[in-house]
Design a protein around this ligand. Sequence first.
Ligand code: G3P
Length: 216
Amino acid sequence: MKLFLDTANVTHVAEIAAWGILDGVTTNPTLVAKEGKDFKETVLAMCKYVPCVSAQVTASDAEGMKKQAGEYAKWHTHVVVKVPMTVEGLKTLSFCREKGIRTNCTLVFSVNQAVLAAKAGATIISPFVGRLDDAGENGMALIAQILQAWNHYRFPTEVLVASTRNPDHIMQAATLGAHIATIPYEVFKKLPLHPLTDAGMKKFMDDWEKVKKAAS
Ligand code: G3P
């Protein structure tokens, strides 16, 4: 399973990359706007830490998306072009497949959209589980359905669980066998934690102090 950080904050990427378990980063226009930094510089800075950085096109027509995809792909070999799940996006995904440009199809909310994106050659698809939960649907149920379809057809497209909101989403992504989960910084920081680990560490340290005292 690959773990990505969902952010446009380079400092956060550096911090989590230092753990030795970070496989990639996903950005989107909202995250980039939040940081208020230059988009290309941000993407290039992140490419130093991980082999896979999603950079989203902002054009709404296929010609504009294809142009941006070509430009982003030239920035760095670690760039993955993020393309929205629209008809224009499908045309762009096919174009990128022909050009050998890696893609991440974003804003996927149904099995049908997932299948279309995979057939168009998306390297990765990003179903948004949190937003489905917000809308009163079951986001993780969609991941289970997509993976079921993938078992039938063996699409090479990787399923990335996006719009994750809590550690339970990551646990479910892992147990369902999703290829990737992208995780906000605040959620990522919670993943190594367990109260029994803290309690166990405290007891070990307290007991070690006793050993040192007895030896002195
Ligand atoms: O990876 C997609 C993600 O950034 C969307 O998350 O929380 O805005 O639904 P959210």
